[in-house]
Design a protein around this ligand. Structure first.
Ligand SMILES: C[S@@+](CC[C@H](N)C(=O)[O-])C[C@H]1O[C@@H](n2cnc3c(N)ncnc32)[C@H](O)[C@@H]1O
Length: 223
């Protein structure tokens, strides 16, 4: 199946709010956010320093990372193309009592508004499939990561067979009807592991590996 791209940003305030409400009230998604935050923070021992969440959306992963790093003097920055969704990230952080540790920055992952080597850890969840051209994003990740910095980029993968689609359609029954098509379109716009590998091989990022499971992909750089 060919990739069918989605629009980059969740720019409309009404779409941003709906996304935040649906993801914020889905306990399976919240568990996924927590799991990714634990995995990301576990990559740096001791956990400390400055963390970037690319395509942070309503900020749920950044918030989970900030909870884990509270009291360590670390800073977590959530960056997104969409000002509308960053406003909701700030609301969600306030509700979680975490605004001090977190900050929000409007910016494009293809040309990030950060200095070279600014971050110890970079995390990203479900944003990669929105990037029409991931190559400059991986180059930017290589630039803004410190020497020896870690990163973990998680996303869905494009499903190539009918049988995982059967599974997707079944799970779809547990999410609101208006969100089902949105999810299917995300899968259709995702990259395959082979496509991702070809892009990473041309990028400036080093030390990466791809972890693949039934429905997901992760780019992990541990050192
Ligand atoms: C499906 S949402 C995922 C949000 C959040 N990470 C989560 O897991 O709930 C994808 C987000 O990536 C953002 N995004 C897409 N392309 C981007 C880019 N080039 N730079 C920064 N953010 C981007 C979108 O605006 C959107 O908020």
């Amino acid at each position: 199946m060919e990739r069918i791209p989605e629009s980059e940003a969740i720019a409309e305030p009404v779409d941003a709010r709906r996304f935040s409400e649906v993801m914020g009230s889905n306990r399976f998604r919240q568990a996924d956010y927590r799991r990714l935050a634990h995995r990301a923070v576990g990559l740096t021992t001791p956990p400390k320093g400055k963390v970037l969440d690319i395509g942070t959306g309503p900020g749920f992963v950044a918030i989970e990372v900030a909870k884990l790093l509270k009291g360590t003097g670390s800073q977590v920055v959530g960056m997104d193309l969409s000002q509308a969704i960053l406003a909701l990230a700030a609301e969600n952080a306030t509700k979680a009592g975490l605004n001090g540790t977190l900050s929000w920055r409007e910016g494009d992952a293809k040309a990030m508004p950060f200095k070279d080597g600014e971050f110890d850890l970079i995390v990203s969840n479900d944003s990669l499939h929105h990037w029409d051209d991931p190559l400059p994003v991986f180059d930017e990740i290589a630039r803004v990561l410190k020497d020896g910095g870690r990163c973990i980029i998680h996303d869905s993968k494009r499903l190539q067979h009918w049988w995982p689609w059967l599974f997707v359609k079944m799970i779809s029954l547990t999410i609101p009807r208006d969100f089902r098509v949105h999810w299917w379109n995300s899968i259709k716009s995702s990259y395959t592991a082979d496509e991702l590998q070809a892009i990473l091989e041309r990028s400036r990022l080093t030390g990466w590996r791809i972890e693949e499971d039934f429905m997901d992909l992760m780019v992990v750089r541990e050192a």
